[in-house]
Design a protein around this ligand. Structure first.
Ligand code: C2E
Ligand code: CA
Ligand code: CA
Ligand code: CA
Length: 282
């Protein structure tokens, strides 16, 4: 918000400081209102987990990602890109994350019961992962729901890996030992280095949408095609599954498949949808 406020202050051109402060205040107020409303939404049907399937090269579903949806009673749908960062900052991500874990486990069971089992990926925020007893919480929810840990994939971002790498590695191993698999989300946008990737017990990398968008060969951005190819060859050496996220066009899908990427996720194939809708579609 600071950037927005700064931008507004600059474009206003007069009485900059006062305007900047006013803009800041209203942003802070907006943020607080959002946080209050989000706190109240937890445990109500305003929040729902959607599912976006992933497909293999033959077009068969071979995984899915759970994505949170919030329908505010007055504002309507609020984007996770807005409320997740606010939840992360305020700490609300902890009760939310707990709920997401439970919903992930329930979805694993629902898909199994419907006769269409699929591994379920959930987004685990750094703050959630760094809780001292995160592994204990995961075990408790697995025991409570009876879901199979090997059907769960935790998507974490590279940001998690800059601080306390040793502790992160230990925690990952503890969770891997009970069957959880790990994926690096938005791969390529952070601090990726082959050195640390080799030290993590990983299952998968997800190529960030920003790279997928510019394949194959956007003349303005020829580098992105090379980045995708590099990620795929690196993952090949490390024996990791690769999911391309945000696949929107047939050209992107064809390029990715030809380059050896087997799992595709994006609007071209399917949009995020309620679990019931996916089961009907199956
Ligand atoms: P993400 O984990 O990178 O999720 C992928 C985002 O791309 C999702 O946005 C998804 O709806 C969107 N997407 C999928 N296919 C396409 C496509 O073909 N084109 C385009 N333009 N977009 C596509 P969404 O659902 O708005 O979520 C935004 C971010 O919010 C997620 O990014 C994730 O970081 C966070 N988020 C969502 N749900 C959760 C959650 O349950 N827990 C946590 N911690 N974070 C979540
Ligand atoms: Ca994700
Ligand atoms: Ca992602
Ligand atoms: Ca992303």
């Amino acid at each position: 918000e600071a950037d927005t406020a700064m931008y507004r202050a600059k474009s206003a051109g007069r009485n900059r400081i006062a305007f900047f402060e006013a803009a800041m205040q209203s942003d802070v107020e907006q943020r607080l209102a959002l946080e209050n409303d989000l706190a109240e939404a937890i445990g109500t049907d305003q929040l729902e987990m959607f599912l976006q399937p992933q497909f293999d090269a033959a077009g068969q579903p071979d995984g899915c990602e759970m994505l949170m949806r919030w329908t505010h009673p007055v504002r309507g749908p609020v984007s996770p890109a807005v409320f997740i960062p606010a939840a992360e900052e305020s700490g609300l991500i902890l009760p939310l994350g707990d709920w997401v874990l439970r919903e992930g486990c329930r979805t694993v069971l629902r898909l199994q019961e419907a006769g269409h089992p699929l591994p379920v990926s959930i987004n685990v925020s750094p703050r959630q992962f760094r809780q001292i007893d995160f592994a204990g919480q995961v075990k408790a929810i697995l025991a409570e729901t009876g879901a199979d840990a090997s059907q769960l994939i935790f998507e974490v971002t590279e940001g998690l890996l800059i601080e306390n790498l040793e502790e992160t590695i230990l925690r990952m191993h503890e969770l891997v030992s009970i069957g959880i698999r790990f994926s690096i989300d938005d791969f390529g946008t952070g601090y990726s280095s082959l050195g640390y990737l080799r030290r993590l017990p990983l299952y998968e990398l997800k190529i960030d949408r920003s790279f997928v968008q510019d394949t194959p060969g956007n003349p303005d951005n020829p580098g992105d095609t090379a980045i995708v190819q590099t990620i795929l060859s690196m993952a090949g050496h490390l024996g990791l599954r690769v999911v391309a996220e945000g696949v929107e066009t047939r050209e992107q899908a064809d390029f990715l498949k030809a380059a050896g990427c087997t799992a595709l996720q994006g609007y071209l194939l399917a949009r995020p949808m309620p679990v019931a809708a996916w089961l009907q579609w199956q």
